[in-house]
Design a protein around this ligand. Structure first.
Ligand code: PLP
Length: 379
């Protein structure tokens, strides 16, 4: 018998109440019960996104929300800036290029957070820029970008700020209205503790004005049509009803915990993990680490993939390795969503054994001790 622990950066473990909700008989999506459910979900999403704006939901993976945002805000020939500091920043660029746009790139060394001044320079160099595409948590490197500072810069211009918050929604605070972010994209399978299959797009008035002008081709991801449906507590097309039922449960759990406690829990798990990793003599990869996951540089002489594999086969723990150019170089420990202190303790304990087995000498218990010390601190 092997007990499995899912500590990968998505999909994340599913909240038990959400699992049970999905086992219930499905609802007719044009009936009064579903409408009541959606009305409640709309309110819950506004609470989670810290906004008065409508939050659109689509049945797709998170990338669908990203693509939908590009095609609903821009028109052929529009100028845009893409901050590229990892796989997901690259994705914004790939979507833009797929629709014939030629964005201006701000390339940032992987593992580093973007210097907000670079965004100001790019906007000053080309006043016709319509949108800046950014990433809150760059999941491929474990970096949390300073969206608050970037929003202050973009907010002074005609451009909108679009943020991929798929990894950090419900993990790190991103107060959309207070910071002045124009589109926030989320997904279901990370901090929300439900399975993959839903994408969310919260849209500001400034972005809605662009949506009314936008001429890129679109059909399924039509923001204006979707908003009209939502105002009647409907979705334009058949939604993933069971996932919306699960979402209702996760939003209730998030509301019960409260946003302050929710963000504090993630911060604590992240600090504990970082302390544990450092105590083992390992280096963190991100210069501005996210509370969602910890990216760790593999010790020299050990391939990161070997650590990932041994954790899975010997300890039943699923983590992630590096993507693209980071393959073999880093491994990523997730601590978001339905995660608590015991997950972090188990993770570090198994990591110590794994490193020892692979010939990297660690003193068993040193990582766990550092974790415990952080978890034992008040607040
Ligand atoms: C998971 C993730 C996505 C979306 O990926 P999908 O596979 O389309 O759900 C996008 N951006 C970031 C930062 C992510 O972590």
């Amino acid at each position: 018998m092997k007990k499995r622990h899912l500590l990968a950066p998505g999909p994340t473990p599913v909240l038990p109440d959400a699992l049970l909700a999905m086992a219930r008989p499905i609802l007719y999506h044009r009936g009064p019960e579903y409408e009541a459910l959606l009305a409640s979900v709309r309110e819950g999403l506004k609470f989670l996104f810290q906004t008065k704006n409508e939050v659109l939901l689509f049945t797709s993976s998170g990338t669908g929300g990203m693509e939908g945002t590009v095609v609903n805000t821009l028109s052929p020939g529009d100028h845009a800036v893409v901050i590229r500091s990892g796989k997901f920043g690259e994705r914004w660029g790939e979507i833009c290029e797929a629709y014939g746009l030629q964005p201006c790139y701000i390339d940032v060394e992987w593992g580093r957070a973007v210097e907000p001044d670079l965004v100001a320079e790019a906007l000053a160099a080309d006043p016709s820029i319509k949108a800046v595409f950014a990433t809150h948590t760059e999941s491929s490197t474990g970096v949390l970008h300073d969206i608050e500072a970037i929003a202050r810069i973009v907010g002074r211009t005609r451009a909108i700020l679009v943020v991929d918050a798929i990894m950090s929604l419900g993990v790190a605070s991103l107060p959309m209205d207070a910071w002045g972010v124009d589109v926030v994209v989320g997904g279901s399978q990370k901090g929300l503790m439900i399975p993959p299959g839903l994408a969310f797009c919260a849209v500001s008035d400034k972005a809605w004005a662009m949506a009314r002008q936008s001429r890129l081709p679109k059909f399924y991801f039509n923001f204006l049509a979707e908003r009209k449906s939502l105002e009647k507590n409907q979705n334009t097309f058949t939604p993933a009803v069971s996932l919306v039922m699960a979402l209702h449960e996760s939003l209730a759990a998030i509301r019960a915990e409260g946003l302050t406690a929710l963000f504090a829990r993630h911060d604590r798990l992240a600090r504990a993990t970082r302390a544990g990793v450092r105590a083992l003599g390992l280096e963190l990869f991100a210069d501005r680490p996210t509370p969602a996951l910890t990216a760790v540089t593999a010790p020299s002489g050990i391939e990161a993939g070997a650590i990932v594999k041994r954790l899975r086969t010997a300890h039943g723990i699923t983590i992630s390795g590096g993507q693209a150019q980071l393959k073999g170089k880093i491994f990523r420990l997730a601590h978001l969503g339905y995660a608590d202190e015991s997950d972090v303790v188990i993770c570090l304990a198994a990591l110590e054994r794994t490193l020892t087995d692979l010939g990297y000498p660690v003193k068993l218990g040193e990582g766990v001790r550092a974790v415990q010390e952080v978890l034992g601190q008040a607040g």
